[in-house]
Design a protein around this ligand. Structure first.
Ligand SMILES: [Zn+2]
Ligand SMILES: [Zn+2]
Length: 259
């Protein structure tokens, strides 16, 4: 949705004189005339006529702007937009945190076994990830994968940004007087969707590795060696794919509204 569409649907008034979207209220000083102040993005009012703090008005406008970009749909109420964005941010935050957390666990396991150092590999910059929210493992615990430092760092950044958004949208919801129960439902739904994506990815990895092993294993010794090599290659590449593909696909669905 274009910026003009957004402002039109938010109900702002296009001013031919100043060539911009303006507040719809009337001027107190010039009876009969419009206010003529710029409307806050995503709203139909200026900062003087909003009847709320500028900070809250901006946050509401930001939520509806992001939600419109995400859904491509007409502007909904600010309440729906804030809850929708809150849910989406929870989904992303949990997904990234879950991916990161498992990378750490796997890296530690690898190190303990004397295997290749994953991201535990003496990289102090990854410290913040260690304090990520507790997250139960999916159906598969010993999937044996890890990401390299660079992908993990990118994930750490994404996760941090998403966490900031969660805090911002939750505060906006609270300041708007949206019921706590509705906020909790948005959080739970976001978490559940993230868990579904993670479990699906885990299950697909096991299915692919299983098929490769079974198919190549029928071809004798050479096949078995090939199967082992493919098994290792797929497991090694998997977290990197997840770390890039999942954020890419989420960004594609959310139409760059937040990226
Ligand atoms: Zn004007
Ligand atoms: Zn105004």
């Amino acid at each position: 949705m274009s910026s003009d569409d957004l402002m039109r649907q938010a109900g702002a008034r296009w001013c031919e004189e100043h060539n911009r979207w303006e507040c719809t209220k009337r001027s107190k000083r010039r009876p009969g005339d419009h206010c003529h102040a710029s409307a806050i993005r995503g709203t139909a009012v200026c900062r003087n006529h909003g009847g709320q703090s500028t900070e809250l008005l901006k946050a509401k406008g930001e939520a509806i702007t992001a939600w419109s970009a995400l859904s491509g749909q007409a502007v909904v109420s600010h309440t729906e937009a804030v809850l929708g964005m809150l849910q989406m941010s929870w989904l992303r935050a949990h997904l990234y945190a879950g991916l990161l957390e498992r990378q750490f666990t796997d890296a530690q396991d690898q190190d303990a076994d004397g295997g290749p150092a994953g991201l535990g590999g003496g990289d102090p910059e990854l410290g913040p990830g260690a304090g990520l929210v507790g997250h139960t493992h999916g159906a598969v615990k010993d999937i044996g994968i890890y990401v390299t430092g660079e992908a993990a760092r990118a994930l750490t950044v994404l996760e941090g940004q998403e966490r900031d958004r969660v805090v911002r949208y939750a505060k906006t919801a609270h300041d708007m007087g949206i019921a706590e129960a509705q906020v909790r439902i948005a959080e739970q739904t976001g978490q559940q969707l993230a868990e579904v994506i993670r479990r699906t990815a885990d299950a697909l990895l096991l299915a692919v590795v299983g098929l490769v092993t079974e198919t190549a294993g029928r071809e004798g010794t050479v096949g078995e060696r090939l199967a082992a090599a493919l098994d290792a290659a797929v497991r090694a590449a998997w977290p990197g794919w997840l770390s890039t593909i999942v954020p890419q696909q989420i960004a594609a669905v959310t139409a760059g509204g937040e990226a």
